[in-house]
Design a protein around this ligand. Structure first.
Ligand code: SAM
Ligand code: NAG
Length: 219
């Protein structure tokens, strides 16, 4: 074939244009690619976490972080962010006076990014990011907790937190509320909405509900 002939080059191009099978191959290829990015880049470190408990990284925006801090106002001491992402909540809480400020995160890239952010903010020695599965850490010594997770895991998290946290603990949930708990306070609208739960209050309302149920008047 004469490479200089534009007409012939055109026909060759047309012959190579993709048919139905090609489209399908492309789709499968794209699917595999997305999966590879998901598994290898976005969710590394999650091999031991059951699929239904895997929550992807979606960072909190400025207003959400602000709302979290507002609902923690007046508190201090140790703060823990479960699934700390790039560490923005931990860092912001530290700057509001919480110490120690701890984030649990499994994704090694996000852990590196968190440490880089902390270092750039001059807080490298003051905040702490730990590579731990949030389902496996014992939270008995934590009473100021933040979570930005997915609705699919919040019911299970309720059970874990009720089993471990002291009554004076306050849990702040961003974006989605806990399905069975009664909040003490909320702030913000839509996706920026944030809920605060005082564990003692949650235990009390649950006990009242159970008692009412036993008397045949469920509330
Ligand atoms: C929706 S993001 C929130 C990130 C951060 N808290 C924020 O608000 O910007 C949830 C994070 O939790 C992490 N994560 C999910 N499951 C986890 C687990 N079992 N243990 C530790 N981290 C987890 C994910 O890697 C992700 O970074
Ligand atoms: C959480 O905040 C409360 C209120 O400021 C404080 O008394 C408590 O010590 C904090 N929790 C921890 C574990 O430091």
């Amino acid at each position: 074939m004469d490479q200089d002939d534009p007409g012939e080059a055109m026909t060759e191009l047309q012959e190579r244009s993709i048919g139905g099978l090609g489209v399908m191959q492309l789709a499968v290829g794209a699917g595999l690619f997305v999966y590879a990015v998901w598994a290898g880049f976005l969710m590394p470190g999650f091999r031991r976490v059951p699929l239904k408990l895997q929550v992807p990284y979606v960072p909190a925006n400025k207003r959400q972080v602000q709302n979290v801090l507002n609902l923690l106002q007046g508190r201090s001491g140790k703060i823990v962010d479960l699934g700390s992402g790039d560490g923005r909540i931990v860092l912001a809480a530290y700057r509001r006076g919480f110490y120690p400020a701890v984030g649990y995160e499994l994704n090694p890239w996000l852990l590196r990014l968190s440490r880089l952010h902390a270092w750039r903010a001059g807080c490298a020695q003051r905040v702490c990011y730990l590579k731990e599965d949030l389902w496996k850490v014992n939270l008995a010594d934590c009473s100021n907790i933040t979570v930005f997770l997915a609705p699919s895991v919040l019911s299970l998290l309720e059970t874990k937190l009720l089993a471990e946290l002291p009554n004076e603990a306050r849990v702040i949930s961003g974006r989605f509320p806990f399905p069975n708990w009664e909040p003490t306070a909320t702030i913000g609208e839509g996706l920026d909405k944030v809920w605060a739960y005082d564990v003692g209050h949650v235990r009390q309302t649950m006990a009242e509900r159970a008692a009412a149920f036993e008397q045949g008047t469920p509330v």
